[in-house]
Design a protein around this ligand. Structure first.
Ligand SMILES: *[C@@H]1O[C@H](CO)[C@@H](O)[C@H](O)[C@H]1NC(C)=O
Ligand SMILES: *[C@@H]1O[C@H](CO)[C@@H](O)[C@H](O)[C@H]1NC(C)=O
Length: 494
């Protein structure tokens, strides 16, 4: 799970939790008006907008293993002698030596040129099977996937579209004429030898859609990527090109990961878990949620993967409030710390949640029982994360232990979601999705129990709590494989 906070500076992010927009990394707010054509296939998720103290870094991706030191802001303007052991700087200083030996987990190559070309060929043949003439996408996870056109490319009102023809597999793109030079300079990947006229340019006084229809007179019906804006679909239709939504088959092409993608997901997720483990060893009662956010950001940055960082850090009853998270909340005795955190490695995301305790700290037996119940729920989901299991059945399996413990209605969100170039992508593990899991998909397994203080009082308890455990899991033919390397063992051994 993650929350996307694109706009707030760190201070505000740390103090004012924001609603999850469930958008892709680098996706802009303007994409709220996304044409979600794929949604029609009923694979859309239920609500999983548990949010909280949320922060993400949207600065430029740093050099991998830059080792240039932390770029995250420091608590209280830096250390010096006699610095409190409770600051972000102290936490970072303690955790980095534990984490540094694991930085080599991030030594995973980018997706190679050949793989982009084979993805394009696979898409072209799926399009031919679907009876459409081409695939059209705006800069998005799909263009990143098929042609290395970054999803962080700024969308404007002027269409820049990736075009892939079904019959020939030819790649081309529609581009505003005055932008043609800049866009030609992107690291787009395609086979130049079979692409005589790769750029279809439209001038300011022309309709981009009429220009496209003129340049591709054989295109009668096209499949439009699910993240393409409505204005694009409407423009194509206005120019006489029929538009159909993305099929489940085409969605699955990106949902099923290649070996190179699995290596990237394993790299960033195992590293992220090591980071959480290093933080757990250094976490102290009395630290603030913000100190953990700041130190974690610095730790990712020191490892060269600070850009793309995001986190939700909630202590005690704060973890029960989807919109909660008081600024300055410090970790008290008897409270869990919930850390839901991730970053990006060459575009691929991590999404790991642990509910932890500092070494030597204790919670009530009842809270420890809640942790065990969530772990049992995660185990039940994990057992079912294999080929051909129905998404809704996997979700249901994870609810059994929670219901038996009497907390069924406090497990308020779906079990999980696909993870790849998007932090939330197909397939979605919810009660309404009848899709079957496929070999090579990577999906999160993240059950949770959330009881607010208000609810706790009606149950004869004093204070609320929240517990969640999350690992992204690779679907294999005989079970699931955690992309973190391993699941949690206890609140002291995340
Ligand atoms: C994909 O784009 C990135 C960023 O621009 C670039 O570093 C990388 O070399 C590109 N990949 C290929 C295969 O060209
Ligand atoms: C999964 O289902 C497909 C289609 O029903 C079937 O062909 C295949 O053998 C199944 N695979 C496994 C491992 O059960």
């Amino acid at each position: 799970m993650r929350s996307n906070n694109h706009d707030a500076p760190e201070e505000a992010a740390a103090s004012e939790p924001l609603l999850s927009r469930r958008a892709a990394p680098h996706t802009r707010t303007s994409r709220a008006l996304i044409l979600r054509l794929g949604v029609a296939i009923a694979t859309v998720c239920g609500v999983m907008g548990v949010i909280g103290l949320a922060y993400r870094d949207h600065s430029e991706r740093g050099g991998h293993h830059g080792g240039s030191g932390p770029d995250g802001p420091k608590e209280g303007g830096g250390g010096g002698a006699g610095e409190s052991p409770l600051t972000a700087a102290s936490l970072e200083k303690c955790a980095w030596p534990l984490l540094e030996p694991h930085v080599s987990l991030l030594d995973v190559p980018r997706i190679a040129r050949d793989e982009y070309l084979s993805r394009q060929a696979t898409l072209a043949s799926a399009l031919a099977d679907a009876g459409v003439d081409a695939f059209i996408a705006e800069p998005s996870a799909s263009t990143e996937y098929y042609a290395n056109i970054s999803s962080s490319f700024d969308l404007s009102e002027r269409p820049f579209l990736m075009l892939l023809e079904a019959q020939t597999g030819a790649f081309s793109y529609l581009v505003p004429q005055f932008e043609a030079g800049r866009i030609a300079g992107l690291d787009m990947v395609y086979d130049e030898t079979t692409n005589a006229e790769v750029a279809v340019a439209w001038a300011e006084e022309e309709s981009p859609y009429a220009v496209l229809a003129g340049a591709r007179p054989d295109w009668k019906k096209v499949m439009v990527d699910e993240h393409t804006r409505y204005m694009i679909a409407a423009g194509l239709q206005g120019a006489g090109i029929e538009v159909v939504p993305m099929s489940e088959t085409v969605q699955s092409l990106r949902a099923v990961k290649t070996a190179a993608e699995i290596a990237l997901l394993r790299g960033i997720n195992t590293f992220t878990l090591e980071l959480v483990r290093s933080v757990q060893k250094c976490l102290l009662v009395g630290m603030t949620q913000e100190a953990v956010v700041t130190a974690s950001h610095s730790l990712f940055s020191r490892a060269g993967v600070g850009a793309g960082f995001w986190s939700i850090v909630l202590f005690g009853d704060q973890a029960a409030y989807p919109h909660g998270g008081k600024h300055g909340k410090t970790l008290a005795e008897g409270e869990f710390a919930l850390i839901d955190i991730g970053s990006l490695l060459h575009g691929y995301g991590s999404d790991v949640t642990r509910t932890i305790l500092p070494t030597g700290a204790k919670v009530s037996d009842e809270l420890m029982g809640i942790w065990e119940t969530v772990f049992a729920a995660q185990s039940a989901g994990f057992e079912r994360m294999r080929i051909n299991e129905t998404c809704s059945d996997v979700d249901a399996a994870s609810r059994v232990a929670v219901k038996e413990a009497g907390y069924g209605s406090f497990y308020t969100h779906r079990l999980g979601h696909g993870l790849g170039l998007e932090m939330h992508e197909h397939p979605y593990l919810n009660g309404a999705n009848s899709e079957k899991l496929k070999l090579g998909e990577v999906v999160t397994n993240e059950p949770g129990i959330y009881v607010t203080t208000e609810q706790a009082k009606t149950m004869g308890k004093d204070i609320g709590f929240g517990v969640r455990l999350e690992d992204p899991i690779l679907v294999t033919d005989n079970g699931g494989e955690p992309m973190t390397g391993r699941r949690a063992r206890s609140p002291y051994d995340p």
